[in-house]
Design a protein around this ligand. Sequence first.
Ligand SMILES: [Zn+2]
Length: 157
Amino acid sequence: MFLPLHVLFYHRLNYPRKQDCWLWPENQLNSSGYGQLTIFRKGRRSRLLAHRLSYQIHKGKIPPGLQVMHTCDVKRCVNPHHLKVGTQLENEADKVIRGRSSRGEDRWCATITNKDAQKLLDQFRTGESIPILAARYQVTYWVAYSIAKRTRWKYLV
Ligand SMILES: [Zn+2]
C-alpha cells in the first residue's frame, strides 16, 4: 500500500511551527535549491516539487498556468502560509522588488570591511575624492559616499 502524499510530506519536516519557514531537508533539494520529494508509483520514479505539493495539500489545486511563489523568498521553505500562486511575470517582479529591498541591502553591507571603511573615511578627510576612494576599495559610489558623509557606518571614528 502506498502512503498518502501528505504523510510523506510531513514525515520530512520536524514538527514545524506555523509562523516559521518550514525547511525541506537539505539533502532533498533539486539543483535550483527547491525541495523535492521523490516518489515511486507503479514502478516509476517521479519527483515532485515540495513547495508545489505543500500548496496542493493545504490550499488546493494550483490553477493551470500559475506558479507557486514564496512570499518569504526561501526556496527550501514549504510552509503553506508563505506560498501563494501567481503568474510567472508576477513571480519575476516580486523577485526584483525583494532583491532591491532585502538582498541588495545585504550585499551592500558586505561590500566593504569595517577596517577598509575606516581607511576610506580617513583618506576622505585628508582630501581624497569619493570617486577615487570608491575605485580604490571597489565599492559603488554610493557606498563610498555614505561612508564619507557618515550616513552609514556611524560607529567609525
Ligand atoms: Zn517561508
